[in-house]
Design a binder for this molecule. Structure first.
Ligand code: ADP
Ligand code: CIR
Length: 359
């Protein structure tokens, strides 16, 4: 039970966040005192509280967003807060409905950099939550293992006839620290010790139940039980968006036909732990060097905004750029189709490359 003491702590942390001029999070902007007081005693069916939704943002004032959904029900119970943040991030209002899945015509996707001058690699990932299981903060140790077992079994069996989807499963529990570091440095594996996830209670029983499935060519991988139950990833060197997207679609179909059921909401599409990933859950990115454009920071950022792109550092979210390398991806994932999400990245990056060439 949420006692007075916990509510006192939450009030104190809330006031500290609201008074911190350094804090620019969507949580701070969207959770005013009124709304805070209105939500303070609500609970999901599983017993999750407002504190479970906002703890990460309260404890990390440098959060971009600052909220997570401890269980699927939280998107309803705390909709007054989530809907505002969702609208601000995806430009998706509370009356809109996410479209049905549509991957569109694959041949519309091109190689963005056939001469290999700018793009180091291309990656498209999506997330899935398995029906019948809550999200990270509510998962019991036994459920982590159950999910790991279910998902890895399917992956080891799957890929019938599709050599590229065959691979091995590496659980984090038996992976050496050197191997783990190597896989992170190669951009294949999720990082460890993310304080945004830790304070959201998303790292309980770590490293148990966590791991990565990957193919020999290192072009297809699946993360198990990191931020979401499942992250499906397709990546390769160069700028061929069509090949990367095609492989991702084959992987999704393989997992869907395995009998695993994924959580999909009428209005919000596929449900994920973080509201930035709702809907298509797709983040299509290029690792790219644009030395001239990126040197003009304002123009670089304005161009990204104009094309609904997000710029991340070279080691993922919340990291800096190394050697002028940036990770540029579609920002919106909800309220548009899979086709449109990837197309948004393709169009924007195409424009950025044109600008770089003309500078
Ligand atoms: P996610 O994309 O799964 O939300 P991150 O931003 O942490 O999470 O990225 C995960 C890893 O994928 C990081 O190592 C990041 O550098 C890498 N990555 C992202 N896009 C690309 C890309 N186009 N090429 C190579 N690595 C990439
Ligand atoms: C933040 O608010 O900055 C973190 N909680 C991350 C938000 C979006 N990124 C993500 O889901 N990976």
């Amino acid at each position: 039970n949420q006692n007075n003491c916990q509510i006192k702590v939450m009030r104190k942390l809330f006031n500290e966040m609201q008074q911190d001029p350094q804090c620019k999070s969507m949580l701070k902007r969207n959770l005013n005192k009124d709304l805070f007081e209105r939500l303070i005693n609500r609970r999901t069916k599983m017993g999750s509280t407002l504190m479970d939704v906002i703890r990460s943002g309260l404890m990390n004032h440098d959060s971009n967003i600052g909220v997570y959904a401890p269980d699927p029900d939280a998107y309803q119970i705390f909709s007054d807060l989530f809907n505002r943040i969702i609208d601000e991030y995806h430009n998706f209002s509370a009356t809109e409905k996410h479209p049905t899945s549509d991957f569109g015509k694959l041949s519309d996707f091109i190689d963005l950099d056939p001469e290999n001058k700018f793009i180091i690699s291309t990656r498209i990932r999506c997330g899935r939550s398995v029906k019948g299981f809550p999200f990270n903060p509510c998962l019991k140790e036994k459920q982590y293992k159950e999910l790991e077992q279910k998902i890895s079994t399917i992956l080891l069996k799957g890929g019938a006839g599709d050599e590229e989807l065959k691979g091995t499963y590496l659980p984090l529990t038996t992976m050496s620290k050197e191997e783990q570091k190597r896989l992170i440095d190669q951009h294949f594996l999720f990082k460890e010790g993310d304080r945004f996830l830790q304070t959201a209670n998303a790292c309980r029983f770590w490293p148990k139940g966590r791991g990565i499935f990957l193919n020999k060519a290192r072009t297809f991988m699946v993360w198990i039980n990191e931020e979401d139950h499942i992250r499906i990833i397709s990546m390769q060197e160069g700028g061929n968006v069509g090949q990367v997207f095609g492989r991702l679609q084959r992987a999704i179909r393989m997992m869907e036909s395995s009998g695993l059921e994924f959580v999909r909401d009428q209005r919000l599409g596929y449900l994920t732990f973080c509201p930035t990933n709702l809907g298509t859950t797709i983040r299509a990115s290029v690792m790219i060097k644009l030395p001239k454009l990126s040197a003009q920071k304002q123009l670089f950022e304005a161009t990204a905004n104009k094309f609904n792109l997000q710029i991340r550092g070279s080691k993922g979210e919340h990291t800096d750029s190394d050697e002028g390398m940036y990770d540029i991806s579609n920002r919106r994932r909800l309220g548009l189709t899979e086709y449109d999400a990837v197309m948004e990245m393709q169009r924007g990056v195409q424009q950025m490359i044109e600008m770089e060439k003309s500078m």
